[in-house]
Ligand binder design. Structure first.
Ligand SMILES: NC(=O)c1ccc[n+]([C@@H]2O[C@H](COP(=O)([O-])OP(=O)(O)OC[C@H]3O[C@@H](n4cnc5c(N)ncnc54)[C@H](OP(=O)(O)O)[C@@H]3O)[C@@H](O)[C@H]2O)c1
Length: 364
């Protein structure tokens, strides 16, 4: 089939679909400290000939894998990639070289890379070589594939996300402590996707005692590695038996050693009177190279971290149900007067199954 020079098989609408496909393949990975990246190759006739993600640090980047898979079909075609290709030698050669060698005509980039080693240099190199480069696609926020990476590169700090599952009137659990399951199966699956994007999943001692959570990513497609499981302990005893203690990577952060916890579980002591200071917990995890911290409760820990000003995002799953009275509110503490409230802005509101997911960015 012949093609006129001005034909473009990847129009704006199609670019959005392809970018979503590139995001989806990368959602199965967690290559931190490297970013999650997905890439799709489209041949000159508009057929998708490869779709790959960057799997692990030190391994080839998504665009290199996709171009290798596409082979000669990439020549004259389009590469759709979630993140700006690199133009420097790291553990692998620059992706720009592979793109130029493959002879693609057009590159659609989801987001520029804030890493100072890239920061526009990848796009500049491709344009200088005559490649048509488009940055950004309508209605697709490619940064949402890996918000922790972008946040950490821009601020030098890990992204701290507090997740709550609540009844419509803000209850996290009934007065007797029962909370399973407030939200439906789709929202619970969405929480696994959230876990997959964070390096550490954190609960307070109360949630460990009450719920015996596993805190792992249970998605068939997820290629790992599993996030670090973290318990923030106070001065009361922790259970000597818990499902978490069977995890390969589990950490207890406390102010005193907990002798009741099995010996193989690593414990880190941080400053705090009776309970660790939230900032100290974040610092311990940041020092380990964690880019994203997901707080999964409970209400006491969420309240403490929010009041300490260390939470960047609150993700609330609201169920179509009412607690019908006072149970355990989603955030513990006293709301004495209107001035006590923490203001913010809604980042995103989406329906997830029968529930609603609301993302709030607290004002600092
Ligand atoms: N709906 C949801 O999204 C959700 C999520 C998680 C849990 N839950 C429910 O919440 C209930 C448990 O609530 P919770 O508030 O007791 O659990 P929590 O917030 O997980 O644990 C609170 C405990 O964490 C320890 N801690 C360590 N550092 C702290 C700090 N800086 N500030 C405050 N506490 C610190 C303390 O342990 P010590 O007691 O040892 O001092 C404290 O009592 C359960 O019913 C559970 O099912 C609901």
């Amino acid at each position: 089939m012949s093609r006129r020079a001005d034909d473009n098989p990847v129009d704006r609408h199609r670019a959005g679909m392809l970018m979503r496909a590139a995001i989806e393949v990368a959602e199965a990975t967690r290559p931190h400290p490297n970013p999650r990246v997905g890439a799709v190759v489209v041949d000159p006739e508009g057929r998708v000939t490869a779709r790959r993600a960057h799997e692990r640090p030190g391994e080839p980047h998504a665009e290199v894998l996709a171009l290798a898979e596409a082979g000669p079909t990439a020549r004259g075609g389009t590469l759709v990639v979630t993140l700006e290709p690199c133009d420097h030698h790291g553990r692998t050669p620059p992706c720009t070289e592979a793109i130029l060698a493959a002879g693609v005509e057009r590159v659609v980039v989801g987001a520029l890379d804030p890493d100072p080693r890239v920061a526009g240099a990848g796009v500049a190199r491709l344009r200088a070589a005559g490649v048509d480069v488009v940055v950004g696609v309508d209605d697709v926020d490619a940064e949402e594939l890996d918000p922790a990476y972008f946040h950490q590169r821009r601020t030098g700090r890990p992204l701290v996300t507090s997740k709550l599952a609540l009844t419509l009137d803000g209850q996290a659990a009934a007065a007797d402590g029962t909370s399973r399951w407030i939200t439906g199966p789709e929202a619970r699956r969405d929480v696994h996707r959230l876990r997959a994007a964070h390096d550490a999943v954190v609960v307070g001692a109360g949630t460990l005692r009450e719920d015996d959570p596993r805190l792992d990513v249970r998605l068939e497609t997820f290629t790992g590695p599993q996030p670090l499981a973290v318990v923030v302990a106070g001065d009361r005893p922790l259970p000597s038996e818990a499902r978490l203690w069977a995890r390969d990577e589990v950490l207890v952060v406390g102010v005193d050693k907990h002798d009741e916890v099995p010996d193989h579980v690593e414990q880190v002591l941080v400053p705090g009177r009776d309970r660790p200071e939230p900032q100290a917990v974040v610092d311990v995890l940041a020092d380990r190279g964690v880019l994203g911290i997901l707080l999964e409760g409970g209400p006491t820990l969420a309240g403490a971290f929010l009041r300490a000003g260390v939470v960047d995002r609150v993700v609330v799953y609201l169920a179509p149900s009412l607690g019908m009275g006072t149970g355990i509110p989603g955030i513990a503490g006293a709301f004495e007067t209107l001035g006590d409230r923490m203001e913010g802005r809604f980042r995103r509101i989406v329906r997830v199954g029968d529930d609603v997911r609301i993302e709030l960015e607290p004002a600092r």
